[in-house]
Design a protein around this ligand. Structure first.
Ligand code: SF4
Length: 430
């Protein structure tokens, strides 16, 4: 039986698409391998959002060239944001790659598979994973929209993934129904900007409509979605979240900066005031909401005072999680073309550290409030001899127990808290 290995870096979208590709290969009779060197077919699902990620892709392509020299029958497929519109040029640079296909371009993958004599399951393009896998993971990622129309000045994604294309709602509902029938309890709907879901579909259904449909699926216990663009987060969506039991109290809402001039230079199309108002509206409607955000520090020209505005926003909003990154210019973007990367690396590092220090203190306080409380956890697997899973608010929880809890919704009494995770004792199953 031929074996495949999928190497994935980058965002949840890439992870979701790798699951789908795995489903396709499973259905074609391939078996998962544990490393490149044990595989007959390798898929690289790539990210180029930062220069360092692109370098990692280039390094891996180099490594695979060596492997292919030794094993000429090794098939190498490359997808993800590394594959841009200049595929001819990429083919010339990487002749050892057998197929380059753009993210989500399954017709291209299947056409290649057909040429290799790989059989195709019925409806493979629409439900690749569910056609293939008899038992499903407790939590699944479901891509609902490809691409991005926003063109934030620092971001390469729209140039690589193209404009927004939504998946038809019925197709998504069918996939989730199948997954739920086979044991999946939680789905996370993913896309670069899930808030603009549906604007390109007939009848313009939106994310709130999709959540309503998915909520009716028997066996499905939890629904999440990410990532949200603050500009596109509607009151209808917030009210729908608040009214639906299955939709988890958790949102990823990237602020990126706490300074209006920086937000303008980033082309984010909202102000700090609008962001703050949005968070208050969300908290009024969903008091238990847990919020994660992204902050970029050291954007070109960011003064100490402008950075302080980001710190103030974090203090005021008290996010559950803050992902902080130092700005790095990405060739091809507006910021790379128009602004000078003029904040020294050590200043960026200092700003990252300051935010991390502040957020560690905030998250530590927020999480310590759960000490002694019982929380519902969907068990996703084992790590370091312990079971782990997440609460509805996306808190990572560990517990030790000899039983088999995989895929179960359990109550855990929290005995230990840290800024990053919680630990406790399993109590009862739901
Ligand atoms: S919303 Fe902005 S940061 Fe997010 S993918 Fe689109 S362009 Fe990039």
């Amino acid at each position: 039986m031929p074996r495949y290995f999928i190497w994935t870096i980058g965002c949840q979208m890439n992870k979701a698409e790798s699951q789908q590709i795995a489903g396709y290969l499973d259905s074609a009779g391939y078996q998962a391998a544990t490393s490149f060197s044990h595989a007959d077919l390798v898929v690289l699902n790539t990210c180029v959002v930062r220069e360092s990620a692109e370098n990692k892709v280039l390094g891996t392509l180099g490594l695979l060239k060596g492997l292919k020299d030794k094993h000429p029958n090794l098939e190498i497929l490359v997808t993800g944001c590394f594959v841009n519109s200049h595929t001819q040029e990429l083919r010339r640079r990487f002749p050892h790659v057998d197929l380059l296909f753009k993210p989500g371009d399954y017709p291209e993958l299947v056409a290649w598979g057909q040429k290799q004599g790989i059989p195709i399951a019925q409806n493979l393009l629409h439900y690749p994973r569910t056609e293939a896998v008899m038992t499903c993971p407790p939590c699944a990622l479901i891509p609902i929209i490809q691409g991005c129309d926003n063109f934030c000045s620092y971001c390469i994604v729209p140039y690589r993934r193209g404009r927004e294309v939504s998946r038809p709602a019925q197709e998504i509902v069918c996939e989730v129904k199948e997954l739920a029938k086979r044991g999946t309890k939680e789905v996370t709907l993913v896309g670069q900007n899930v808030n603009s879901y549906g604007h390109d579909l007939p009848g313009h259904p939106d994310l709130a409509d999709l959540l309503s449909e998915l909520s009716n699926i028997d066996g499905l216990a939890r629904i999440r979605f990410l990532t949200n663009h603050p500009r596109d987060m509607s009151l209808k969506l917030i009210e729908t979240m608040a009214s639906m039991n299955k939709v988890c109290e958790h949102l990823e809402l990237p602020a990126q900066s706490g300074d209006n001039d920086i937000l303008k230079a980033m082309r984010r199309e909202y102000t700090v005031e609008r962001y703050r108002e949005l968070v208050y509206t969300i908290r009024r409607n969903i008091p238990q909401i847990s919020l994660s955000t992204d902050i970029v520090v050291g954007f070109p020209g960011e003064t100490e005072e402008q950075f302080e505005h980001s710190l103030s926003l974090i203090k005021e909003m008290r996010f559950d999680v803050v992902h902080v990154a130092a700005y790095s210019p990405r060739s091809g973007t507006v910021a790379w073309r128009e602004y000078q990367d003029n904040i020294p690396a050590e200043v960026k590092k200092e700003r990252v550290n300051k935010i991390e220090e502040l957020q560690t203190a905030i998250a530590s306080e927020i999480n310590s409030e759960l000490q002694g409380k019982e929380v519902g956890v969907l068990v996703e697997g084992r790590k370091g001899g312990k079971w782990f899973g997440r609460t509805r608010s996306n808190k990572l929880v560990f517990f030790e127990d000899a039983g088999d809890w995989l895929g179960q919704l359990v109550m855990v009494r929290i005995e230990k808290t840290s800024p990053w995770s919680l630990g406790g004792q399993v109590k009862i199953t739901n």
